[in-house]
Design a protein around this ligand. Structure first.
Ligand SMILES: [Zn+2]
Length: 332
């Protein structure tokens, strides 16, 4: 296509050359239109390109900003998570160490309890053997291996899956400790009671009232002798009672006399660890032999009316360094 100049300055003639043999076609167009059409096309393409450019710039910057925000948020989450894991690790380690300490302490208590138990079995009443034995209790030893990783100054990181295992072990150990504590709460008071009873029964200081009856018919000191009617020294106390009533040892000790004579009737003398002696006279029966070790409160014979006696009663004496002393201050 080419343009040809014509007399009208505002018009242009376009000659369209076609195949050989075909006539040339002539088209008259106005000049401004020839300039305007390509210009418009150029402008609209440029506008499109600019608009696309602006749009893509905007999208990219928006994506960049979103990405930046997401990265920040992700970093914050990661930081929080790391902190949480660290805190959790520290807590679990502290918990596990605490539970190990508790275990050790309870083991020591259980050992003490077992010792106490042995002591009671040896010296105490027979029924003390019925007490439960804490020493037979056992628990999961897995904490010991965990403990090894925490000592010695070497740091070994605890991984997340290990934390769960650690927590599970700790829960198991706390459950075992609760069971032990339950057992202790049940047994220790009983054991202590038995220990106190044992201590009491082993005490060599007279304190146990020697009969069921507490009716005194004669005090320690000077009195009118029931046989002669004359003033005489009464070296003990007389306690009225029924023939056959049990007579109890006032303290733990060794039987040094168990026999009968005309004046004392059937009588028993017990020597106590502190050096005191207790005398039990006018008995109907003697249930111990010389050399026997007796406990405080143990039945040693029966109240009677043998020897120089005007009726069923127990004549009870306490002798210190070969001299009779008033028994009443000793008896409860
Ligand atoms: Zn008397």
């Amino acid at each position: 296509m080419r343009s040809v100049s014509v007399p009208n300055p505002n018009r242009m003639t376009l000659l369209v050359l076609r195949d050989a043999g075909r006539p040339v076609k002539q088209v008259q167009v106005s000049k401004p239109l020839v300039v305007a059409v390509p210009l418009l096309a150029l402008l609209s393409i440029s506008g499109l390109i600019i608009s696309l450019q602006v749009h893509s710039d905007h999208t990219v910057s928006r994506l960049e900003s979103q990405l930046k925000q997401q990265t920040l948020a992700f970093e914050a989450v990661v930081t929080n998570k790391d902190e949480a894991i660290q805190r959790l690790q520290n807590e679990v380690i502290a918990l596990s160490s605490q539970s190990k300490d508790m275990m050790d302490r309870m083991e020591r208590v259980a050992e003490l309890e077992a010792e106490l138990q042995k002591f009671i079995d040896k010296y105490g009443d027979g029924d003390a053997k019925n007490l439960g034995k804490l020493s037979s209790l056992s628990w999961d030893e897995s904490l010991d291996s965990l403990g090894d990783s925490g000592v010695g100054g070497e740091f070994i990181a605890v991984h997340e899956n290990e934390i769960e295992a650690l927590a599970a072990d700790t829960r198991d150990n706390f459950a075992a400790m609760n069971d032990m504590l339950d057992e202790m709460e049940k047994n220790v008071p009983l054991t202590l009671k038995k220990a106190k009873q044992t201590q009491y029964s082993l005490s060599g200081t007279p304190s146990e009232w020697p009969t069921l009856s507490t009716r005194l018919t004669s005090n320690f000191g000077y009195r009118t002798d029931p046989f002669t009617g004359r003033a005489a020294f009464h070296a003990g106390i007389d306690i009225a009672g029924k023939v056959g009533d049990s007579v109890y040892a006032a303290a733990a000790g060794k039987v040094i006399t168990a026999k009968r004579d005309g004046s004392h009737g059937k009588y028993i003398v017990i020597e106590h660890p502190g050096g005191l002696q207790s005398w039990y006279m006018h008995l109907s029966d003697i249930d111990v032999s010389v050399g026997d070790e007796v406990k405080k409160g143990e039945s040693i014979g029966n109240l009677g009316n043998t020897g120089r006696s005007t009726g069923p009663h127990l004549h009870f004496e306490i002798v210190k360094g070969g001299k009779a002393i008033d028994p009443l201050p000793y008896l409860k």
